[in-house]
Each structure stands twice: as structure tokens, then as C-alpha cells.
Ligand binder design. Structure first.
Ligand SMILES: Cc1ncc(CN)c(N)n1
Length: 219
């Protein structure tokens, strides 16, 4: 069994809970209030910028040329793809730079990104790469789950479309292949660290949806 097959098997309950989360249902049936989607976009903006940075830091930390190159390419793809698509959403919803600057990371965004930085500094490159995987892979799975459903709200459908697009699906395949190749060469202790990082990120992916519906803030 590959690393990713094992990881999915270990985390099936949380994974399915994300795919079937009320956030996804509200997005696909169009019932999500716009202010909730705005909250999501701003928190996800904070998240995605750190996510790209962690790819770059992990690339800089790795001493393997192939890993460095792949992570740098994935980070560039994120900036040119997902992050820039979001800028068009911001324009459409009139979300300004000031709105973003004035909104701090909510606790779950802060905890999730901190987990990924900490995984790199404390557990190393292999675990960091495994911790990045659920982010990319889960959204592609959600995209697959939503094929054939059409949200009546165009911007919600545009969000769904972006995770069904060939370039997104291809980059996830690259990230899966990279993570499995690293795991194949890793010793047992490193593989265990990779599984733990994957499980923690999967947990935070689920909490991220709930954070949005709760419009979580600092007390
Ligand atoms: C929190 C989160 N997780 C995953 C993705 C998809 N790359 C995202 N945009 N945001």
C-alpha cells in the first residue's frame, strides 16, 4: 500500500466529514450567505499565502534537488493559479486590501498554518511534505464529489470549477507522487512522522470548514 493510500485509510472518517460538511452543501446548493463566503475567502487568503511560503521554505530546507524543484514549482503554481483566481473573487465581492489587513487570522487558520511551520522545523522535510498534502488532495476530492452538481450562485460554482480544473487536478497528482516517492525512501520512524503530519492537517482541514460556519474569532 502506498503512503497516500494508507493515510486515506487511517483518516477516512475525517476526510468524509469534510467532503460532506455543511459548508460544502451550502456552497453547492447556493444557500450559503454571502458574508460567510467572504469570511472564508479572507481566512483562506491568509492561509494560502502561508501555504505557498511553507512550500518555499520546505524547498529551501531540502537537500534533494528533485524535491526542491517540485516544491518550488508547486509554490509557483499556487501563486499563478489558486491565489490569483481568488483575486478575481475578491474583486467580484469588493473585498479590499484593507478588509484583508484589518482581519486577523482566526484561531483555526492560525493553528493550521502554525502546525505546518512547526512540522517543518521539528519533524523535517518529509513530514512537512506530508502535512501539505491534505490541503491539495482534499479539495480535488471535493471537486470530484461535486461533479454534475451546479450551484445556482455563479461565484460558488466558480469556486467548485477551480478544483475540477485539469491544471489543479494535475498539480495534485504531482504532489501525491512526490509525497509517495519521499515516503518510499523514508525509514519507518520518518514514515510515522509523515502519517502524523497528514492526520493533523486532515483534522485542521475539517476544522477550517467549521471555523467559517461559526465565523470564529478571538474571544
Ligand atoms: C484551508 C484550505 N485547504 C485547502 C485548500 C486548497 N488548496 C485551500 N484553499 N484552503
Amino acid at each position: 500500500m502506498t503512503f497516500s493510500e494508507q493515510a486515506l485509510q487511517n483518516n477516512e472518517r475525517m476526510w468524509q466529514a469534510s467532503i460532506h460538511h455543511p459548508f460544502i452543501k451550502q456552497l453547492s446548493d447556493g444557500s450559503m450567505p454571502e458574508d460567510v463566503f467572504r469570511y472564508y475567502l479572507i481566512q483562506d487568503h491568509h492561509y494560502l499565502h502561508d501555504f505557498a511560503k511553507i512550500h518555499e521554505l520546505t524547498a529551501a530546507t531540502s537537500d534533494d534537488g528533485h524535491v526542491k524543484r517540485m516544491l518550488a514549482e508547486l509554490a509557483a503554481g499556487l501563486r499563478a493559479g489558486e491565489i490569483s483566481t481568488r483575486e478575481t473573487f475578491f474583486k467580484e465581492l469588493n473585498i479590499s486590501d484593507a478588509d484583508v489587513k484589518q482581519t486577523p487570522m482566526a484561531p483555526t487558520t492560525y493553528a493550521y498554518t502554525s502546525h505546518m511551520y512547526r512540522t517543518l522545523t521539528d519533524q523535517g522535510v518529509a513530514a512537512a511534505v506530508a502535512g501539505l498534502l491534505p490541503c491539495a488532495w482534499l479539495y480535488a476530492d471535493i471537486g470530484k464529489h461535486l461533479v454534475g452538481l451546479h450551484s445556482p450562485v455563479p461565484i460558488y460554482q466558480a469556486w467548485i470549477d477551480s478544483y475540477q480544473a485539469d491544471d489543479y487536478v494535475d498539480s495534485v497528482a504531482d504532489q501525491l507522487a512526490l509525497t509517495n516517492a519521499i515516503a518510499d525512501q523514508a525509514d519507518e520512524a520518518t514514515q510515522a512522522k509523515m502519517q502524523l503530519a497528514f492526520a493533523r492537517s486532515t483534522h485542521y482541514e475539517h476544522d477550517f470548514w467549521q471555523m467559517v460556519l461559526d465565523k470564529q474569532g478571538w474571544k
